[in-house]
Design a protein around this ligand. Structure first.
Ligand SMILES: Nc1ncnc2c1ncn2[C@@H]1O[C@H](COP(=O)(O)OP(=O)(O)OP(=O)(O)O)[C@@H](O)[C@H]1O
Ligand code: SF4
Ligand SMILES: [Mg+2]
Length: 396
């Protein structure tokens, strides 16, 4: 193996997906007990694709993102599973290595830009610092190699290699200007000299996007990037993220409450409830053919643009208490179709079709056969439950 700074392409592990998360478990250890915020999630993100993560407040979306970035606040901890970026395991990597990956390979945009920008430094200062820290140039160099000859005498040779150097201040400045132009900020030279308080919320979010993208990450995580903004600015920012994603070809994880947003922007979507993925599939499948009652509930509780004056229906029941999870399916206390089996067993994920998976006993043929056999009085089964059972049995 050669010394540091050498091109190490040949040592890179092979991989199928840019990001592979397997059986990720992240908990917060508080005096009242272990809060299982993320409880065994597995998913992939591919280069050039947008993955949406949706779910109610407290379902584990941000903790999933912070686990990938490994920026969990105390008392949070990854307690199991694996997170691989380009085939390289991130869980357990030393902090020095992780800090190279953060900002360099994976970037995150938070909901509130003011949590990431320092009010006492100019925008230029903060952008340049991010660029100088993470945007290293690779330049050719000679690498010294010391070996021993047959007489045990040291032999020094120099081989061609590549080393990484920090950009100069002028180069960082030029890159900062380029990035502000990319995110649609006018007079970037002048703007670099200004402080965060001199910008509107929408402008600050554009600057955060510039900051996150200045090092051309392979993966951008946007954690509710528009929640703090008004509706028209929200649309502009989402369009900007999509536009830049296409130009730069990076992968994006977009976290949002809004299933409407994911339907428009995302290739694939995962739906989280109580730290688990309850449904996943292509955006079209989840939007037009939702199966899990929770996903249906999320869809019913978003406003539509068609002026039908339809009432929004919130999901009934209380939000989940992660310290007091029910046995079986965590959604059972709120589910209109809960069956006996739902109260004791957790439903494993099953295929709805090749683009769609769901964790619900309503889509497990064997369970339905048993339920059908158990039903003595058909009238006791709600009509909608009966319809789903018939539909699934027919399609199986
Ligand atoms: N610092 C913390 N201490 C204790 N528990 C925490 C902490 N942060 C998160 N949690 C727990 O993890 C759960 C998931 O939190 P997370 O922030 O991922 O939710 P979310 O889906 O991003 O919600 P929101 O849409 O409100 O941002 C929370 O319900 C909470 O119980
Ligand atoms: S497994 Fe049972 S309780 Fe859970 S969503 Fe499906 S039907 Fe409802
Ligand atoms: Mg969150």
């Amino acid at each position: 193996m050669m010394e540091n700074n050498v091109d190490i392409k040949e040592q890179q592990p092979s991989y199928e997906h840019l990001l592979e998360v397997r059986n990720l478990k992240t908990s917060f250890f508080i005096p009242a007990g272990e809060v299982k915020s993320v409880d065994g999630t597995s998913f992939n993100v591919d280069k050039g694709k947008i993955l949406g993560i949706v779910g109610e407040s407290g379902s584990g979306k941000s903790v999933t993102a912070y686990s990938i970035m490994q920026i969990l606040s105390y008392p949070g901890k990854i307690v199991g599973g694996s997170i691989k970026l380009e085939g390289r395991e991130l869980v357990g990597l030393p902090e020095k290595e992780l800090s190279k990956i953060r900002g360099g390979k994976i970037s995150i945009i938070f909901q509130d830009p003011m949590t990431s920008l320092n009010p006492v430094y100019t925008i230029g200062n903060q952008l340049r610092e991010a660029i100088m820290l993470h945007r290293r140039k690779q330049v050719p160099c000679k690498i010294k190699q010391v070996t021993k000859d047959e007489n045990g005498k040291k032999v020094v040779t120099y081989v061609d290699g590549v080393k990484e150097v920090k950009p100069t201040r002028a180069e960082a400045n030029a890159r900062a200007i380029e990035m502000l132009q990319l995110v649609g900020i006018n007079s970037p030279e002048k703007r670099l000299k200004q402080y965060p308080f001199e910008f509107s919320g929408g402008m600050l979010q554009r600057i955060m996007i510039a900051m996150a993208l200045c090092c051309e990450p392979d993966l951008l995580i946007a954690d509710e990037p528009t929640t703090a903004l008004d509706v028209t600015i929200q649309a502009q920012i989402l369009e900007l993220i999509q536009d830049i994603q296409k130009k730069m070809g990076m992968a994006v994880i977009l976290i949002t409450h809004d299933l409407g947003v994911v339907a428009e922007l995302c290739d694939e979507v995962i739906v989280m409830y109580g730290g688990k993925i309850v449904e996943r599939g292509t955006a079209d499948e989840l939007f037009y053919n939702p199966k899990h009652e929770y996903t249906k509930g999320l869809l019913n509780s978003i406003p539509t643009n068609d002026n039908t004056n339809e009432r929004l229906v919130p999901i009934s029941g209380n939000a989940i208490d992660l310290l007091n999870l029910p046995d079986g399916c965590a959604f059972s206390p709120r589910c209109p179709h809960a069956m006996k089996v739902c109260l004791t067993k957790y439903p494993e994920e099953v295929d709805v079709n090749e683009n769609h998976r769901c964790s619900c006993f309503m889509y497990v043929k064997e369970v339905l056969e048993e339920v059908k056999a158990d039903i003595k009085n058909e009238k006791e089964v709600k009509k909608s439950t009966k319809q789903i059972i018939e539909e699934v049995t027919e399609n199986a």
